[in-house]
Design a protein around this ligand. Structure first.
Ligand code: COA
Length: 334
């Protein structure tokens, strides 16, 4: 058993008010509500739009998290923002958040792992807490993915939405609880199947790159689908096995909300009952790095799930890169 672990002390979120419904999309591209619901489970998503930036959502999510815990911003040691849509190329969104919330004693950075961004950030922060270097970390997933979406491409524009979620991680007062284990992977050979080609050092913005629509998300949906189902299911089964658990032992399974069919296929491989699977994709679509913390927020605060000390939660994600992983949490509360 680890001598020191990190536990989730508090959660926060931000969702833009503007809703983009399936019927709105029917007017923009050749699609139908029926197609979108049956293939993805999504009914509507939230849109922040260009202008305010990633920090506009990350900051209120972080503030809510701190307020719920009664923790002052100056008590935060570390801020990690999982995002692929930072406010700007640099400085990092973590720096902007640090300044905007007044976390004057924190250091931190952005972490780019697509839809696995939150899980990679959580695991990184947890290890810094385990090492004793950090006592309290804000882990935020925030993406304004709508700014990278081509609203003429029906294969991608129906899937994604904007949002932010945050958790406050702290050193757990009791051993045997908190973030017990995680398994993370990447396979860069899958990069071409889900990417934004332009805007980096390889294709800096030019008139030509704009004309070629190279600053938008491109995706081979079928390849991503297959890799996501296999990746999330394999890693989730493995983490349960190596901790001597089965799907029956879980109180909640909190999967990345990419596609309802991916969630169902993963839950089936894990043998987890439907009622234990946290699903909010119908309301928000795929919110990239915000997906898991938004689902966790609802699981903890909204759905009367009544988490108790000792309950097991499994989180699992898959994203661009390819990146994927699972994290096992044993709930702690005083
Ligand atoms: N409305 C109507 N038709 C659509 C459509 C839309 N929004 N998007 C695609 N189609 C069409 C395709 O053009 C294709 O037509 P064709 O057979 O004439 O070529 C047909 O529907 C089937 O396309 P396909 O890609 O096989 O559909 P699918 O069942 O795989 O669903 C996705 C497409 C994108 C929903 C699905 O592949 C998926 O969810 N992939 C994973 C995406 C993901 O999770 N990305 C983020 C990872 S973190």
């Amino acid at each position: 058993m680890k001598a020191r672990t990190a536990y989730v002390r508090s959660v926060g979120r931000f969702l833009p008010e503007r809703k983009l419904t399936n019927s709105d999309l029917e007017k923009m591209v050749e699609t139908s509500n029926e197609w979108i619901v049956s293939r993805t489970g999504i009914q509507e998503r939230r849109i922040l739009g260009a202008g305010p930036g990633c920090s506009h959502m990350a900051v209120p999510a972080a503030k809510e998290c701190l307020e719920r815990a009664g923790v002052g911003p100056e008590e935060v040691d570390l801020i990690i923002v999982g995002t692929v849509t930072p406010d700007m190329m640099f400085p990092s969104t973590a720096c902007l958040v640090q300044d905007m919330i007044g976390a004057k004693n924190a250091w931190g950075f952005d972490l780019s792992a697509g839809c696995s961004g939150f899980l990679f950030s959580l695991s990184t922060a947890a290890q810094l807490i385990e090492s004793g270097r950090v006592n309290r970390a804000l882990v935020i997933g925030s993406d304004v993915i709508s700014t990278l979406i081509d609203y003429r491409d029906r294969g991608t524009c129906v899937i994604f939405g904007d949002g932010a979620g945050a958790v406050l991680l702290e050193a757990c007062p009791e051993p045997g609880f908190g973030l017990l284990d995680f398994i993370l992977h990447m396979d860069g050979s899958g990069g071409e199947y889900l990417c934004v080609k332009g805007g980096g050092s390889r294709i800096p913005p030019t008139h030509e790159s704009l004309d070629n629509r190279e600053h938008f998300v491109t995706q081979d949906g079928r390849q991503v689908y297959k890799a996501a189902v296999n990746g999330m299911a394999d890693v989730s089964v493995r983490i349960l096995e190596r901790n001597g658990l089965t799907g029956d032992d879980l109180t909640l399974f909190v999967p990345h909300q990419a596609n309802n069919r991916i969630i169902e296929a993963t839950a089936k491989r894990l043998n987890v009952e439907d009622k234990k699977v946290v699903v909010n994709i119908h309301k928000y679509g795929n919110t990239v790095a915000a997906s898991i913390p938004l689902a966790l927020y609802e699981a903890v605060l909204e759905n009367e799930r009544d988490l108790k000390k000792g309950d097991y939660l499994l989180m699992s994600a898959f994203g661009a890169g390819f990146t994927w992983g699972s994290a096992l949490l044993r709930w702690w509360q005083s």
